[in-house]
Design a protein around this ligand. Structure first.
Ligand code: NAI
Length: 304
């Protein structure tokens, strides 16, 4: 059996009590971008008070606008009532003041997929939040074990990897770092279920399960385009019609964000040390040019 992270040997790291699901009333989400606004949406809809933190008011306004529009779609489809929408929005407190996270029993980080900014943030969160607060990361690929090392509560650090778009997608990949306690893992897993998701556990290796498999496929599609094997439309059509994928890999890359895809491939390449994960030069060039996919209006395809 391959080596697996086990938390039982980490009892020495445990300090303070561990939050149980019933202790959690307020959740902080850090970063209101593609993923953050979706997690805020679902947490508020589940009944939690949510502190939404971003760097600038313009990002908060954009996040609130997206959440409101996405909820309108749910109201139209009769998945949600207009009253529930208003109540959910009222439970969200957008802010640029990081000290507001002290009110929260659980924090979910969803900022850019780069190690140093995430380490800085985890250091700050560890200083500001009460010592029992669970610190979760929505990282797609970075080691939870490493994020935990900059805190004094490595047993309370866990990965909750939601899928995009969060209100629609059923999966939450649950990542246990080397020091994550069983109690923390259980509380975060129960929270995932309460938010209407199906949690699936993964060990803490680069890309976990989802991106270990998805990103090499996307990268190969970019190489196929780069080498002229097919046009972007033809590559996506082959995968949709031939493999019954709901979306082609290049459209999916645009949807995820080409910068995020590149960051994840770099983590796989460095973390696993295998050249098969090297990002395609065409992907790097698109990111350099600021063609980030849907969010910038231009990626492998054009968007309004
Ligand atoms: P994004 O670029 O859309 O949003 C990031 C947000 O974080 C921006 O609004 C930015 O202003 C904010 N931010 C950056 N540094 C901050 C800080 N120090 N404090 C507060 N806010 C800060 O990124 P996206 O796509 O939402 O990704 C976020 C995380 O979720 C990444 O770790 C990514 O790997 C992961 N993820 C992304 C998925 C996707 O499909 N895009 C899917 C699943 C996970």
């Amino acid at each position: 059996m391959p080596w697996q992270c086990q938390s039982k040997s980490n009892k020495r790291n445990r300090k303070g009590k561990t939050m149980r699901l019933e202790d959690i009333r307020n959740i902080a989400i850090i970063g209101g971008g593609t993923m953050g606004n979706g997690i805020v949406h679902v947490a508020a809809q589940t009944g939690y008070h949510v502190v939404l933190l971003d760097l600038d008011k313009k990002y908060l306004d954009r996040a609130m606008e997206t959440i409101s529009k996405n909820m309108d779609r749910q109201v139209k489809k009769e998945i949600m009532t207009a009253e529930a929408k208003a109540e959910s929005l009222a439970r969200i407190s957008p802010t640029t003041d990081i000290s507001r996270v002290k009110e929260c029993q659980l924090v979910i980080e969803a900022i850019i997929e780069k190690l140093e900014p995430k380490l800085d943030l985890f250091r700050k969160l560890d200083e500001i939040t009460p010592k029992d607060t669970i610190l979760a990361s929505n990282t797609s690929s970075l080691p939870i074990t490493r994020l935990a090392t900059v805190t004094k509560r490595p047993d309370k650090v866990v990965g909750m990897h939601f899928m995009n778009p969060v209100p629609m997608m059923k999966l939450v990949e649950m990542i246990r770092g080397v020091a994550t306690s069983d109690e923390t893992f259980e509380t975060a897993t129960e929270l995932g279920k309460k938010m209407g998701k199906i949690p699936v556990p993964s060990q803490d290796y680069p890309g976990f399960i989802a991106n270990r498999i998805l990103m090499p496929m996307i990268n190969e599609a970019v190489y196929a385009l780069f080498e002229g094997v097919g046009t972007a439309e033809d590559i996506d059509t082959v995968m949709k019609l031939g493999m019954a994928h709901p979306m082609g890999p290049l459209a999916l890359a645009d949807f995820i964000g080409l910068d995020i895809c590149l960051d994840i491939l770099n983590v796989l390449h460095e973390g696993l040390g295998d050249p098969k994960y090297r990002p395609c030069p065409l992907l790097k060039k698109k990111v350099e040019a600021g063609y980030l996919g849907r969010k910038s209006g231009h990626g492998f395809f054009m968007y309004d």
